[in-house]
Design a protein around this ligand. Structure first.
Ligand SMILES: [Zn+2]
Length: 423
């Protein structure tokens, strides 16, 4: 049982972190992509040291690592796998994160929340039903409506810090070796790129970067792209009868043949899609790029078959046209890696039940840093951090959900110890 409060509340930490601008920049070549992310990452390094994480370090790319030593008996410690907790310090490039003014709406009583800095920004319960269905009476944190809040993922950062603080205050809670990491540049898809999993030293990890209370995510799309090159035959158009092949018309024909029910605008949940998103060219040559997404590799293979079928059909209609089709892999569904270690999800579910909440699995119709880390050798599901309306000025997070997330991390650490020692 947690008998002692943390030295500092998760809300106080959260407010301090969101006031620091850490917006990342996809057009930058540097690591981290923006130097200002270091303002927060260096602070987190100092705060870990202050929480007695003696090996806390920050590398030249801004990655912060640290170890919470095991408090088990010397012969017990090796029997408990080292687990890690990870959160990202940057915020989304699309919305300003300068001069964030967090506002705490105490004891939420229902109704839409109008943000005072820009009253056109309204958090509507119709859009976010959790507010009234689950969070009545809680304290809801928002920005003033002129910036994002940064709950994605400073809620996760504050929760992990608070979990470390709780463990410090409650030495009776038995746990194995825990690893902590905070990274830059998740929002531009580079958070895993320079993540040193050897230095980190955990066998499994959890990112605290998900949404509503009780959520677990360990399924992402399989993500491929198809590049299609169509070569036409150029002839003076005045004398082109039966000779000219216009690659633009062939490309239009190609897109026309893609099944409409297999597009992002017509699919949801577990359904995959094909999404043409780049087209470049002239009458003589057109290049198109398409996203292929499906939760199953079978689905990706079917999509490949479908594109190959269209190429064959078009080849028979336009005999003189040339076609090339190339698939490229971006990432795979992390479920394939997570399922190899059933304890990862079972213990997370148990930790969520111990905070009095029924766990809920959510599909990610995209990828996460966790999916990349999972394929780099660090299986890494994503747990709720509490926020909603990410990447917008209407972002919000309940204080009490952040507190629950911190407790969930503490339970998770205990469960890994309990169960591993009982085996
Ligand atoms: Zn995030």
């Amino acid at each position: 049982m947690i008998t002692h409060l943390p030295q500092e509340s998760v809300l106080e930490r959260f407010k301090r972190y969101v006031r620091i601008d850490t917006r990342s920049d996809e057009d930058s070549e540097t690591v981290p992509s923006t130097a200002k992310q270091l303002d927060l990452l260096r602070l987190l390094h100092r705060e870990l040291l202050a929480l007695h994480i003696e090996d806390a370090s920050i590398d030249d790319k801004g990655y912060v690592y640290g170890t919470v030593p095991s408090n088990l008996a010397a012969e017990e410690t090796p029997k408990v796998p080292v687990i890690g907790f990870i959160a990202h310090a940057d915020t989304a490039p699309g919305v300003t994160g300068t001069n964030v003014k967090p506002i705490v709406h105490r004891n939420y009583r229902g109704g839409d929340i109008v943000l005072p800095g820009d009253p056109t920004q309204v958090i509507r319960t119709a859009e976010y039903p959790n507010l009234v269905n689950r969070y009545l009476g809680m304290d809801i944190v928002t920005s003033d409506g002129t910036t994002l809040l940064g709950a994605d993922d400073k809620a996760g950062v504050a929760e992990i810090m608070t979990a470390v603080d709780i463990l410090n205050q409650n030495p009776q809670l038995r746990h194995g070796t825990l690893k902590i990491a905070f990274n830059p540049d998740e929002e531009i898809g580079r958070g895993a790129q320079h993540f040193d999993i050897v230095k980190f030293g955990a066998r499994f990890a959890y990112t605290f970067d998900g949404g509503p209370l009780g959520e677990i995510e360990y399924e992402t799309f399989n993500a491929f792209s198809a590049e299609i090159t169509i070569k036409g035959v150029g002839v003076h158009p005045g004398y082109a009868k039966d000779k000219l092949v216009n690659a633009i018309r062939v490309a239009a024909d190609f897109v026309q043949r893609l099944p409409k029910e297999l597009s992002p605008e017509t699919t949801e949940g577990r359904e995959g899609y094909i999404h043409p998103y780049v087209i470049n060219g002239q009458g003589e040559m057109v290049k198109m790029r398409m996203l292929l997404r499906d939760f199953e590799m079978d689905g990706i293979e079917k999509q490949r078959g479908l594109l190959e079928g269209i190429v064959r059909e078009l080849q028979s209609v336009h005999a003189k046209a040339g076609f090339e089709l190339q698939l490229k892999e971006y990432y795979r569904n992390m479920r394939y890696k997570i399922e190899q270690e059933p304890r990862l999800i079972a213990y997370a579910e148990e930790a969520i039940r111990r905070i009095g909440v029924e766990p809920h699995h959510e599909l990610v119709r995209g990828g996460t840093d966790g999916s990349r880390l999972s394929y780099m050798g660090l299986p890494c599901p994503n747990l709720f951090a509490g926020g909603e309306a990410f990447h917008s000025t209407r972002e919000w997070v309940p204080v009490q959900v952040m507190e629950k997330a911190a407790e969930c991390a503490v339970h998770l650490a205990q469960i890994w110890a309990e169960r591993s020692l009982a085996r």
